[in-house]
Design a protein around this ligand. Structure first.
Ligand SMILES: [Zn+2]
Length: 246
């Protein structure tokens, strides 16, 4: 069979056997696909950087009889190396990868989510955004694009004024219909959530707020929303907070 070329970014990797590495590559055409890079952990490997986590490249893959292809070579477009060189950035982007994987699974192409992921990795590598902003924007945007667009106009029960956000319902609710665990909103939080969930991907970080504390409160909402809707605790998130405290 002929080799195939896939443009994509390595979103996850794991050791495979003694000297090999399994790569999960997020491609535009086929979604997240798996490929093995043989011998990558051995002594002398050519082109190792091209197969690092978050390398964005044209990957040449060789189909095999099983479902896993062999990674033959890679033509790097951007290695996003500042991410790999900074443990805090690396652990944050690893968490973003994990929630993306959880929403999308393998072999489920989604151009918008790929664009979202690339934008976030780019921002982590080259822009000086505070992590609270990048994380919360990514969480909300991913949920919005991934089938969990929150209802943010009015109470889902009675159409009343939005005063709380219910992470399990995925909607704003009024004073009467909120329940324990719902998070109190204010004008700033609500308008930020509306902006982020609806904006173009490339404009998702193009806004300023007067008081940066709002990102702490927004993180509380979006992080809980992701956890409840994915029904999963993310180890990489715990690890990220350990790194932040160091
Ligand atoms: Zn209501």
């Amino acid at each position: 069979m002929d080799d195939l070329v896939y443009r994509g970014i390595i979103i996850r990797q794991a050791n495979y056997g003694d000297a090999h590495r399994m790569l999960w590559i997020f491609t535009e055409t086929d979604g997240i696909i798996k490929a093995v890079r043989y011998g990558i952990r051995g002594k002398k490997t050519s082109n190792a950087a091209a197969f690092q986590l978050f390398s964005y490249a044209d990957f040449k893959l060789r189909p095999s009889r099983g479902d896993i292809m062999t990674a033959v070579s890679a033509d790097v477009i951007d290695g996003f190396y500042p991410v790999s060189e900074d443990i805090k950035k690396l652990s944050l982007v690893t968490y973003l990868s994990d929630i993306t994987f959880s929403i999308l699974g393998e072999a489920n192409p989604d151009k918008r989510i790929l664009a979202l992921f690339l934008n976030a990795v780019y921002a982590a590598a080259y822009r000086d955004e505070m992590w609270q902003k990048l994380k919360t924007v990514y969480e909300l945007k991913l949920m919005s694009l991934g089938g969990f667009l929150p209802k943010l106009d009015k109470c889902m029960v009675c159409g009343g004024a939005p005063e709380y956000f219910s992470c399990d319902k995925g909607s704003v609710v009024c004073r009467l219909h909120h329940s324990a665990g719902d998070i109190k909103l204010d004008e700033v939080l609500l308008s930020l959530m509306r902006y982020i969930s609806a904006c173009e991907i490339k404009k998702m970080l193009s806004f300023n707020v007067e008081n940066q504390d709002v990102f702490g409160r927004l993180n509380e909402i979006t992080e809980k929303y992701v956890r409840l809707q994915c029904d999963m605790e993310f180890k990489s998130l715990k690890y990220f907070y350990v790194i932040c405290d160091m």
